[in-house]
Design a protein around this ligand. Structure first.
Ligand code: PEP
Ligand code: MG
Length: 550
């Protein structure tokens, strides 16, 4: 049995076979080829396989997500059959004596550039599609068609690293655990693993070669360890732990329907963080009071082009309706740093964490912003929706947003489209600037939600993705805790509520501190709702000795 250690992202035990996750972009090792005819046949066989695979996916998507979402898979099939595309690949093979995969890669880059530089938005969006179809063919060519990611058996996924857009597209039912060689426990991929409630470890020094693919393994998410080829005694031990875990979970389920109230009567609301409508079931299963953070950007990651107003509307409406009057806080697009959607074609920046991200993108691209706002406002007629803006740093930004929301409301009024007139508008406090002027901001918004992931990062000047700085990162840094207290105090002085929606909210060692500070609500991964309820119900805030000098 081989043991590899890393950092825990989400606890839990998983036992199963390893499946190596391949990146969208396959490394091409063989470039030169001496038999162009054979390469052209390889290309055509791979293309046929890719089209067959896309047809299967199309039928699956049609059943699960409807015609509109499935349509792209048909477009991909048409693109693969495109004569110019095929001629380009075959021409490169013949003229340059190169392998089929290399010729596809050159064609991919050429077509990608061509589509990206087009004026027409629809054609521009095809750049991501051509990349996608080419990489599908390259994967088949590089792997003798035995791409393990197409396995239908639930497995332990091992990858070098996973981007949020890749994680979100994995079929949750086929993932027992995530193990990555790189990546940080604070990344959005880690957050997604927690939202999905799947054991996950990162920074694991495991050799990522095909020899481990398909081998048995045990992941201990609590201790951040993966054991490859465990003996049967060890597997039994871990199965026992798994059963104990299940039993604990059952005990927690008895807390469903109970209040989040301390022994001395202090209440706190517990909301769930979600990334798409698939997560809605776990909101109800875990008895959350609603959704405190709907990371709407994940809707954008699940697609190869911008989601339309109608598509977004349907998603927000589903969320509002299925939560039957419970609050759903939709955060507008928060793209940037590790959260990227290729088709947006955002320029590379020297320092993306401080660059054009989140609300800055929305305020720069008004059509994108208004499309999303219209969808949110329209959906507000079907439930209890609130809207929240990410990465705010000034009162002026809030005024600019308000002008835009007024325009959107006027447009809807003009068209006679229904929406809620009491929709609350809040902001994320996730920059030190916002925390330090929270007295001013509290006068112009309806609520605050503290994004401790970014707030901690900017307070300590530490990139949340960079594992080299881990030893300098203190999640309980006094600066962050003091800012939280300041924000809550300023909110209350101005009669608004303040919650926490960053990962710190689920840190059970801070629950007492947050209760004492007076945080009104915590929004956490659905699986953390009941453990937090348990903690709150066992706490007496009247006799707490807090360790922090707030
Ligand atoms: C945060 O920064 O704490 C937050 C909740 O936003 P995100 O993690 O999506 O950046
Ligand atoms: Mg944030």
């Amino acid at each position: 049995m081989d043991k590899y250690s890393g950092k825990s992202v989400f606890g839990g035990i998983a036992i199963g076979k390893i499946r190596i996750f391949q990146k969208g972009r396959q490394e091409i090792k063989n470039i030169k080829a001496d038999n162009p005819k054979a390469e052209i046949s390889r290309f055509n066989e791979a293309k046929t396989k890719a089209i067959e695979g896309l047809q299967e996916l199309y039928e699956k998507a049609l059943k699960e997500a409807g015609e509109q979402s499935a349509a792209i898979l048909q477009i991909h099939q048409i693109m693969l059959n495109d004569i110019d595309y095929t001629n380009s690949v075959e021409g490169i093979i013949t003229n340059q004596n190169v392998t089929a995969e290399f010729a596809v890669a050159i064609t991919r880059d050429y077509f990608y550039e061509m589509f990206s530089s087009m004026e027409d938005e629809y054609m521009k969006a095809r750049a991501a599609d051509v990349k996608d179809i080419s990489e599908r063919v390259i994967r088949i060519l590089c792997n003798d068609n035995s791409r393990p990611t197409d396995s239908k058996v639930p497995s332990i996924i091992i990858a070098d690293d996973l981007a949020p857009s890749e994680t979100v597209q994995l079929d949750k039912d086929l993932v027992l655990a995530f193990v990555t060689v790189h990546g940080s426990p604070n990344s959005h991929t880690a957050i997604l693993a927690r939202t999905m409630g799947i054991p996950a470890i990162t920074n694991v020094d495991i050799p990522l070669n095909w020899s481990i693919n398909g081998r048995m393994a045990v992941v201990d998410g609590y201790n951040g360890v993966i054991y490859v080829d465990p003996d049967s005694e060890f597997v039994k031990e871990m199965q026992f732990l798994q059963e104990k875990e299940l039993y604990k979970r059952k005990l927690l389920l008895e807390l469903k329907g109970k209040d989040n109230v301390t022994l001395d009567g202090k209440k706190m609301t517990l909301y769930a963080n979600i990334g798409n409508t698939k997560d809605l079931a776990s909101v109800t299963e875990n008895d959350a009071s609603g959704v405190g953070l709907f990371r709407s950007e994940f809707i954008y990651f699940e697609k190869n082009s911008l989601p339309s107003e109608e598509e977004q509307f349907q998603i927000y409406k589903t969320a509002a309706e299925s939560l039957k009057g419970k609050r759903v806080v939709i955060r507008t697009l928060d793209i940037g740093t590790d959260k990227q959607a290729d088709y947006l074609n955002l320029e590379e920046e020297e320092n993306p964490a401080m660059g054009l991200r989140a609300i800055r993108i929305s305020l720069t691209n008004l059509e994108l912003f208004k499309t999303q706002l219209r969808a949110i406002y329209r959906a507000s007629a079907y439930g209890n929706i609130a809207v929240m803006y990410p990465f705010i740093t000034s009162v002026e930004e809030v005024s600019e947003i308000k002008d835009i929301t007024e325009e959107v409301k006027k447009e809807l009024d003009f068209k006679g489209i229904d929406y809620s007139h009491d929709i609350e508008e809040g902001i994320m406090i996730e920059t030190p600037a916002a925390a330090l002027i929270s007295d001013k901001l509290a006068k112009v918004v309806d609520f605050f939600s503290i994004g401790t992931n970014d707030l901690s990062s900017y307070a300590m000047a530490i990139d949340r993705q960079n594992t080299k700085t881990d030893r300098f990162y203190n999640p309980h840094h006094l600066a962050v805790l003091r800012m939280i207290k300041m924000v809550v105090d300023n909110a209350h002085k101005n009669g608004i509520h303040a919650g926490i929606c960053g990962e710190l909210g689920s840190d059970l060692s801070l629950t007492e501190t947050f209760l004492k500070i007076g945080v009104d609500e915590l929004s956490v991964s659905p699986s953390m709702i009941l453990p937090l309820r348990d903690k709150i119900r066992k706490t007496d805030t009247s006799n707490l000795n807090l360790e922090y000098d707030l």
